[in-house]
Ligand binder design. Structure first.
Ligand code: PEP
Ligand code: MN
Length: 342
């Protein structure tokens, strides 16, 4: 950490900051300059909590050199993490591109069964479907909750697909982990730290979605909570962020995909449905995700999007999913042989 003092800071201010650093168990090294003094801090093993320094008289800026995460960083774990999701399905590193598809919400046994059978026929191994739904309005459909989890459990056994579903609170984690294959932490809960700690205790892969307006550093710091608890099976998910643009539901930040791959060993996938909010943008953005090196995509699809209880406008029809799968397969084959980006 580097502390830059104001040019008007007095020697007393500098000494005060230095003694606080010593009280924190660290060593201050003053670096006097022509205009102002800077104080380097050494002796730390990782991230320093700067709470005792913030707001102190004479300080202009506190610069953190060490990142607020360690376990998720490539410095700590140089090779790509490959996460086994169940059966032979894996994600990360050189694993085949992961395709997840399913409705926004579990609405009925019939809807889930139909969708599971259809995606299985296309060669898509993982079904998504929310039972606990985080909805903006309390008047909107809130999900089938425990009953929805039972439906997912029955259908995964009957059809032979893996299932991912969202958990919204720590109490839901244990039961959901028993009855599904992958847990999801939604954008709205990316910084629900008790929930992160709870999923850190289970042995189940977790898809951690980027918060509505979270920075890359905040997303990786949230993943750090899960790894710190002992669960290293975290898959990051870019799902668009909120900007001034209203033409799309969110703004797709595809640049975080190569950025994450540089700074972390964890796999990262892309959700074009929530990133765009528009069915006709799902295919182009899915293809773009392949090109920038995403490890997979998660797409919403519904047997009858017009009647969907949530996110119908961004859900693909079955025929559109089939077409997307073919286009993705062709693009991935092209990338592998001709571009060799992956
Ligand atoms: C979802 O995937 O069902 C969902 C609610 O998405 P997000 O948390 O990204 O908004
Ligand atoms: Mn949705």
């Amino acid at each position: 950490m580097l502390i830059v003092m104001h040019h008007s800071a007095t020697q007393r201010d500098v000494e005060g900051v230095k003694s606080t650093i010593v009280k924190m168990g660290l060593k201050p090294v003053a670096i006097p300059g022509a205009e102002r003094t800077a104080i380097g801090v050494i002796g730390n093993q990782g991230w320093i909590d700067d709470a005792q320094l913030r707001g102190r008289k004479g300080i202009l800026e506190i610069i953190h050199v060490t990142k607020p995460y360690k376990l998720v960083s490539r410095d700590f774990h140089p090779s790509d993490s490959v996460i086994r999701l169940g059966g032979s399905v894996k994600v990360g590193g050189k694993s085949p591109f992961l395709f997840i598809a399913g409705p926004c919400a579990v609405e009925s046994r019939e809807q889930i069964l139909k969708t599971a059978r259809f995606i299985k026929k296309l060669g898509i191994a993982v079904l998504r479907g929310g039972a606990y739904k985080p909805r903006t309005s309390p008047h909107s459909f809130q999900g089938l909750r425990e009953f929805g989890i039972e439906i997912l459990d029955e259908v995964r056994k009957e059809v032979g697909v893996l299932v991912v579903t969202e958990v919204m609170s720590p109490e839901q984690v244990e039961m959901t982990a028993e009855k599904t294959d992958i847990l999801q932490i939604g954008a709205r809960n990316m910084q629900n730290f008790d929930l992160l700690r709870e999923v850190g205790k289970v042995k189940k892969p977790v898809i951690l979605k980027r918060g509505l307006s979270a920075t890359l550093e905040e997303m990786l710091s949230s993943a750090e909570y899960i790894l710190l608890g002992g669960n290293t099976e975290v898959i990051l998910c870019e799902r668009g962020i909120r900007t001034f643009e209203t033409a799309t539901r969110n703004t797709s930040d595809l640049s975080v995909i190569p950025l994450v791959k540089r700074s972390s060993h964890l796999p990262i996938i892309f959700d074009p449905s929530h990133a765009t909010g528009k069915r006709n943008l799902v295919t182009p953005l899915s293809l773009a995700a392949v090109v920038v090196g995403s490890h997979g995509i998660m797409v919403e699809v519904h047997p009858e999007p017009e009647t969907a209880l949530s996110d119908g406008p961004q859900s693909l029809h079955f025929r559109e999913l089939e077409r997307l799968k073919k286009q993705l397969d062709a693009l991935i084959a092209f990338m592998k042989t001709k571009v060799m980006l992956m």
